[in-house]
Design a protein. Structure first.
Lengths: 266, 359
């Protein structure tokens, strides 16, 4: 499965098909028989109460966990063994629930790591650092500077990310994923722990990324007002099972979803 | 005022990404190079050569190597002594097999051989991290020393188990052996350190360096953005061992001339001091490798001068005090400035931006 294959899929067609995925850790069933489809170019949300298996789902999609059973069809191709490196090569980027930045490196360097897969010079050329290497560095720097402009990170370009406040770290992490120029962007609670203004900023960035770069976005989020506002379609998980799927307006009326979130009266 | 960066505009990404972005740094470096190449060689005597400059250069090389592995890639290693021994014995064996080969090529080849040994001992790093990896590299240290002791082929079946360097020349001047003039050995080491130092800095500021740091800071995230952990860690082991192997080669061929493996490459003689160098100098800093090497080389000389010559203690007592002070300084350093001399320097630079008119 290659990057070009994803790119060849027209917008609005399915790009990821999750088919009957189950995932178990010993006796603990994290996911049971979950199926859904993500269409190219949409903002797709996965919601559900704590421990519903949302993050596990993302981990399965980008090859971090191997599903116990089921198939993932990716750009029209059933995929077999998957490791994160291949996922990255086929155009999947992600952010983490607990920020997973490179804390000792500056914002700029963190974003530059997003370009690593696209840099082709070998280490001997890098050690000599002349012509082609310099050109390549400058080319990718230019790409990264666009992301920096887009996310308003100019002022913290040289700051080690470990010393940045939480909201900015979240933004840098989004920047690193965007620097990869992904076809599919998996966001694991991008707005957790933010205040309203920060959430508005983040929503704007996510929507712009979706709109301008045509990135397909799969996101997990707990803030329902955000989810209902920005997502095109939603899937709801509870105890590892899918209990609802559809447009935000449909989900709001879904009985099973309301029961899962608010409990059932006896 | 001294470090004023106002008015230094960068108009290309290339110039913004250069090794010395500030004009002041560039000037300082150029002056240092002029002194090192045009002044020092005319005044160097064998005391400065053997006691200060050559050990400083060789330890700098080893510290750069270990800093690549530990400071930049985050893989703690206690096997520096072992890898330096590999470099030394590789030099010795190449010298006996190819009597005509140029010394520069011999040294570089020894580095390459050590790089392969480094890859071999780096394999466990895929599975183990931190302290456990440190113990695994410690095993490599002991294994390598044991091997060079037990297998007589490595020391050409000599009775003492010693290896001795033969005389080799560069441009008609001996750089190894007893007759090598101080300026020749000094320049030989200096050129290697400068060229390989720049190469290391270049690697660090480009793709491979960022992969190492990504693995160091958060290996899971690195994997997810497409950095292959095994390849990256092994490349760090290989390149680090290359530098350490060259340091070992120089240590044997240029510095000592003749050595016995247990004594010269013992863990207390090499592995720990080099690790202290990068900790005191600054983990993950090129400048730190040099500062740390200078500190560790100069401190005993300084202490000896003060205690024996100034205060008049006996040499034995002074030696005891030296070890105590050394340990004490180490602890104090780790508490007060865990990021090392390189950080102190960057703080000083920050102050110098405004000094002497802070407001």
């Amino acid at each position: 499965m290659s990057l070009t294959k994803i790119q060849s899929i027209p917008y609005g067609k399915e790009v990821i098909k999750i088919k009957n995925i189950s995932l178990a850790f010993g006796g603990v069933k994290a996911l049971t028989d979950v199926s859904f489809e993500v269409k190219k170019g949409e903002v797709f949300a996965i919601i559900g109460p704590n421990g519903a298996g949302k993050s596990s789902m993302l981990n399965v999609i980008n090859g971090f966990y191997k599903p116990t059973s089921g198939q993932i069809n990716f750009a029209g191709e059933d995929r077999k063994e998957m490791i994160p490196e291949f996922a990255a090569k086929s155009g999947i980027a992600r952010t983490f629930q607990n920020i997973a930045l490179f804390k000792g490196m500056s914002t700029l360097d963190n974003l530059m790591t997003g370009r690593l897969l696209k840099q082709k010079q070998n280490f001997l050329m890098q050690a000599l650092y002349f012509g082609p290497v310099q050109k390549e560095e400058a080319y990718h720097r230019d790409k990264v500077e666009r992301v920096i402009d887009f996310l308003d990170l100019q002022a913290i370009r040289r700051t080690p990310v470990g010393s940045l406040p939480y909201g900015l770290q979240k933004r840098v992490e989004l920047g690193r994923a965007l620097a990869m120029e992904p076809e599919i962007l998996l966001l694991d609670e991008p707005m957790a722990g933010m205040n309203v203004e920060e959430k508005q900023d983040m929503s704007r960035f996510v929507l712009t990324a979706n709109d301008e770069f045509k990135t397909t976005i799969v996101l997990i989020e707990h803030d329902m007002s955000v989810v209902m506002d920005i997502s095109d379609r939603i899937v709801v998980l509870d105890y590892g099972k899918k209990i609802g799927e559809g447009k935000p307006s449909e989900i709001l009326k879904n009985k099973a979803v309301i029961d899962a979130y608010l409990g059932v009266a006896d | 005022m001294i470090y004023k960066e106002t008015g230094q505009f960068k108009s290309t990404y290339e110039s913004d990404h250069s090794i010395f972005p500030l004009i002041q740094d560039k000037i300082a470096f150029n002056i240092l190079m002029l002194v090192a190449f045009l002044v020092v060689p005319f005044f160097i005597d064998s005391y400065w050569e053997k006691a200060i400059l050559i050990p400083f250069l060789i330890y700098s090389m080893a510290a750069i190597g270990l800093n690549i592995l530990t400071g930049y890639c985050g893989q703690v290693s206690l096997g520096t002594g072992g890898f330096m021994a590999v470099g030394a014995f590789a030099t010795y064996k190449i010298m006996t097999f190819f009597p005509e080969l140029n010394i520069m090529i011999i040294v570089l080849l020894s580095g390459v051989i050590t790089a392969f040994v480094g890859i071999l001992f780096g394999l466990p790093s895929l599975r183990i991290k931190g302290f456990y990896l440190a113990v695994a590299t410690l095993a490599s240290q002991f294994f390598i020393i044991w091997l060079f002791n037990k297998v007589p082929w490595f020391y050409n079946y000599s009775d003492t188990g010693q290896i001795t360097v033969s005389e080799r020349t560069m441009f008609g001047v001996a750089v190894t052996g007893a007759n090598a003039p101080p300026y020749a050995t000094y320049l030989f080491c200096l050129i290697l350190v400068i060229i390989l130092g720049f190469a290391a800095k270049n690697m660090i500021r480009s793709k491979i360096g960022r992969s190492w740091m990504a693995i160091r800071d958060m290996d899971i995230a690195a994997e997810i953005i497409g950095v292959p952990p095994l390849k990256t860690k092994l490349s760090a082991f290989a390149i680090s061992s290359f530098y350490i192997g060259i340091a070992g080669s120089l240590y044997f061929a240029v510095y000592l001339g003749a050595l016995e493996v247990t004594e010269s490459f013992d863990i207390m003689a090499i592995s720990f001091p080099v690790l202290f160098m990068i900790i005191i100098g600054g983990l993950g800093s090129m400048l730190g490798s040099f500062l740390g090497a200078a500190f560790i080389v100069l401190l005993p000389i300084f202490l000896k001068n003060v205690m024996v010559d100034l205060i008049g203690l006996s040499a034995v007592t002074a030696k005891h005090f030296e070890i105590t002070i050394w340990g004490l300084l180490m602890v104090v350093f780790l508490i007060l400035e865990p990021h090392g001399l390189a950080r102190l320097w960057s703080i000083a630079k920050e102050k110098l931006r405004k000094w002497p008119f802070p407001y």
